[in-house]
Design a protein around this ligand. Sequence first.
Ligand code: HEM
Length: 117
Amino acid sequence: MTLRDVLLDPSIFAKPMAFEPERWLSDNPDLQRINQAYVPFGKGSRMCVGLNLALAELYIVIASVFRRFDMELYDTVRERDVDAVRDCFIGETSPESRGVRVKIVEAYRSSLLAREK
Ligand code: HEM
């Protein structure tokens, strides 16, 4: 299946392009239904065996990056750099896209480094 078609299907995930992390909280009455359709790692007996490692890495990397850097989007246009606008077997962004880019506006010293000094 094409992940994008499932994960961005508004009949499954309400407002799929909106950043609504609270949809994953236990008080969402729809949680069981959306969990069933959460397929980035596949489902069933052949699903990704690296799921827990991948999630652990993602949590650490995302937390480290957002804690250390204040960023703003740089030369990023949703229609060109985010939306799928062409068919390359899977949906792809425009060929002109250089990806979603950010500019570091401030870098913080990590509290770990600060303690070592
Ligand atoms: C964000 C990171 C990752 C994503 C989105 C991802 C996604 C997937 C998907 C969609 C499948 C196919 C599942 C299916 O056929 O139903 C798969 C299979 C697999 N993945 Fe991952 N994966 C990730 C990271 C990893 C990591 C870190 C490892 C190993 C350390 C790993 C090892 C495997 C293996 C061995 C399979 C084949 C399982 C089988 O066929 O029985 N993956 N992964």
